[in-house]
Design a protein around this ligand. Structure first.
Ligand code: GTP
Length: 171
């Protein structure tokens, strides 16, 4: 198995779930700046962790940009799917979006590992990983390795553990 030293990871999730805050945590140690691509609705960020250079594509949650995701699906080696674990009202939307990703022709036949962050775990009304997994039907994901991690993107808690899992799956 070839050891990768570079990988492209898509960071997906609804707006306000904490994607930018998570990516920012990993960028702290270096000076790489974000390249804003407002017209197509995503940000490309670089960071370096565990001996690998990660290009993270911070995708907007807006459905109108979904046709632009296709190109990104083809070229990614891993996915981080960020969930606001306190945003119970939108769990149905989170699930719908996830199902569309999983069913996409460029992903459905590939073994792409998916890391779920149950983010905002510090909030009182946040759901546990077990409940999030049940609400999203994660046990139905058979063809891809997945892992769910509680995180607090503001303090950084849980973030490293999650990315460690993802990097180990890919390299
Ligand atoms: P979009 O750019 O709109 O797609 O949002 P995003 O997913 O990038 O979310 P962003 O990182 O901008 O975070 C949204 C808000 O949630 C910000 O006010 C963050 O400070 C806050 N936030 C992010 N993670 C956490 C967390 O773990 N706990 C708490 N309490 N707040 C968080």
């Amino acid at each position: 198995k070839v050891k990768r030293d570079k990988m492209t990871i898509l960071v997906l999730g609804l707006n306000n779930s904490g994607k930018s805050t998570i990516i920012n945590h990993f960028k702290k140690s270096n000076e790489q700046s974000a390249i804003m691509v407002p017209t197509v609705g995503f940000l490309i960020e670089q960071f370096y962790t565990m001996g690998v250079s990660i290009k993270a594509i911070d995708m907007s949650g807006a459905t109108r940009y979904r046709n632009l995701w296709e190109h990104q699906f083809k070229n990614c080696q891993g996915i981080i799917y960020v969930i606001d674990s306190s945003d119970r009202m939108r769990f149905v939307v989170v699930k719908d979006e996830l199902d569309l990703v999983l069913q996409h022709p460029d992903l459905c036949n590939r073994i792409v590992p998916i890391l779920f962050y149950g983010n905002k775990s510090d909030l009182d009304d946040s759901l546990s990983n077990v409940k999030i997994a049940a609400a999203l039907g994660l046990e139905n994901i058979k063809e891809k390795p997945w892992h769910i991690c509680s995180s607090n993107a503001v303090s950084g808690e849980g973030l490293d553990e999650g990315v460690q899992w993802l990097v180990q799956q890919i390299r």
